[in-house]
Every structure is written in structure tokens, then in C-alpha cells.
Design a protein around this ligand. Sequence first.
Ligand code: PMP
Ligand code: GLN
Length: 382
Amino acid sequence: MVISSKLPKVGTTIFTVMSKLASDCGAINLSQGFPGFDCDPLLLELVNKYMKAGFNQYAPMSGVPVLRERIAEKTKLVHGVDLDSESEVTVVSGATEALYAAVAAVVRKGDEVILFDPAYDCYAPAVELNGGIPVFVALSLPDFSMNWEKVKAAISKKTRLIMVNTPHNPSGYVWTQQDLDSLAELVQDTDILIVSDEVYEHITFDGRVHLSLLTHPLLKERTFVCGSFGKTFHVTGWKIGYCLAPAYLSAEFRKIHQFLTFSTATPLQYALAEYLSEPTRYFCLPDFYQKKRDLFCEGLSKTPFKFTPAQGSFFQMVSYGHLTRESDYDLSVRLTKKIGVASIPVSVFFSDKIDHKILRFCFAKDDSELNVALDSLVEMKL
Ligand code: PMP
Ligand code: GLN
């Protein structure tokens, strides 16, 4: 039987492709974004504790109350924002689920959704599967900052949603207060809603502060903020995160969430609730990752690549267009096979797959692994 694909242009994600290639070649995998080290052993003990204590059946659909309360407390502590844990916080099975459920909750057939180009790979398919039309607005290279004139020009009567990502994957660009104010000004007299992907909320560098869209009163009342414990506590394989949104949006979000996954692994929720009681466990993250970014950039400065140190996230981009005309995909495959270092070709994040000769490396790895990769990159012949 032949079926007509709902996503005809979509294949296997580049993250899966490059991680498999890295594993087949025995290469150091700086492609897919996940930590190369384990989480705090205490977190494992806590999961174990709750599993053994019998917390193994379905959790409440919106998340166990104690975790929702801890998330609200964290939001107050980090951003100074009050949330009602009962009606404004929903626990989900990873930010990917939150992003999909938020889009599905509000996008109808024919609605336009503004996406910034390049964007993380799951946004456009989520929009299309719900009948929406992605409208891409180019970020300004080389720093991938916002161009608010272009955003303004892209807004139409059909615009339903704008999808934001700060700190940005793959560029690491971190939104400024000016960015928040510009967005607020553009949407204030409209019924445009916002989805804000803030999974790297705790990974910013050089004293930069992550400004959640929740901190802007005008944006807070129309935004779904999506977060991920996978990124914050080095447990990407647990697929657990949250959606923060005003009650009227959370109610619609939960209608989708209850039919996508219904609820999220119970012992993980109790363990994370207990673990969150000590704020230094997330406040330590900028320092922890700054050391890795600095180590990686220090090594990169001995290579012929050009780069500007990332402002946030655990990714570092490098440009190589002055060295070779080889496509970014070919180069990342060649570096994986020849020198044993896997990266992501940044063209995959662009809607038209335009090749700006940029590679993305993930530096969330043990220093020893980063040093081996850097030695190989320093010695490589392009
Ligand atoms: N958004 C961005 C920008 C990401 O980089 C990722 C992936 N790691 C996700 C969402 C997905 O997060 P999760 O693993 O919690 O689904
Ligand atoms: N977010 C990760 C990245 O950007 C990948 C997660 C995934 O494979 N879906 O590399």
C-alpha cells in the first residue's frame, strides 16, 4: 500500500545520522547535543528511592503537585516571576513534547507561524502537522541576532504564533532586553501568541543573564515557555520537562498533553522535585559550562577555523568558508571519518538548507574528551 506522507520532505534527523556515523567510526561525538558525562549520583539515588518506595504508577496528568510547586519556586527564584503551580505549570515528557503540544493547542489550518531561520528541527514539522504555514524570518548573520524590521514585515492578519528560542540552538545567541521589548511592541495590540523554547535557560556565558519571556509582563500573558530537565541536570535520556503558561493557555495545552502522553514518568518527577530543593544545583550551571566553552574555544583558536565564542547553550559554531568550498555536510562527514571528530552541518537548521560553511560542535563533554578532539582538530589538514 502506498500512503501519501504527511511530512514528505522529512527524513531521519541529522542528530541521529551523525551520532550513528560517530559510533560506527569510533569518533568523538560532538554532534548531537547531549552531555558526555553522567548526572549527580544523588539524582540517581533519588529515582531509585522513589521507585523502591512504590511510586511507579501513572502520575497526575499535569504533573505531581510537589514537582509543579518546585518548578514554580525555581521560576520565582531565577526570574522573580510568580506562577500558580496548580494552573500554570505542566510537567511533560521533554521539551519536544511541550513544543508540539503548545503548537497543536493553538494553531489551526491556514494559520501562519513565524519561525526564525535557522531554527531547531522540530518546530516546522509541528506547525505543518497542525495545518499551519511556517513563515521564516532570517536571523542576521554572523551573530544570528534578531532583525525586528523583518519580523514586523512578516506579521500578517493570519499570524497566530511566533516561536522563539533563547539561548539559541545552533548559534548560542541570547536575547537582550531590547529583543523582548521589540517583540512585545509588535504583538501588544494583536492576538498573536508566543512559544518560547528556553531549554538552555541555565547555560549563558560571560555574565549574560537569560531573560525568560516570562519576565516581560506583556509577553508573559501570551507565552508558552518550554523547559527541559534533560539539559539542566545532564539527563537528556529521561525526556522530562515543563511548560509554563497562563491558566487559559495551560488549559488548552493540557488537553493536547493528555492525549499525547497523558503523564510523565512518576519516580523521575518525585526525584527531581526533591533534587530541586537545593538551588545551587542549577545556579552552578553557567560556571560549569563556561569552563568547558573556554577550554573548547582556547583549543579552537589554534585551528584555522573562525569563530566567536558562544553567548549561551552548549554549542560552539565555527566557520570554514575561507579554507575550503566543501559543503558543510561533506566536511562534517569527512572530519568524522578521517580525524574522528563528529559535528553537525549547520545548513540543516536553515529552511532552504543554505550552506554558510558553518559547523556546530557540542562541548558538553568531559575535558579529556574535548582535549582529544581539539588535538585532532588542530592537526587536521583541510
Ligand atoms: N529545543 C531545543 C532548542 C533543543 O536543542 C532541544 C534538544 N535537545 C530540545 C528543544 C528538546 O528537548 P528535550 O530533549 O527535553 O525534548
Ligand atoms: N537538541 C539536540 C541537538 O540539537 C538533539 C536532540 C535530538 O536528537 N532530538 O543536538
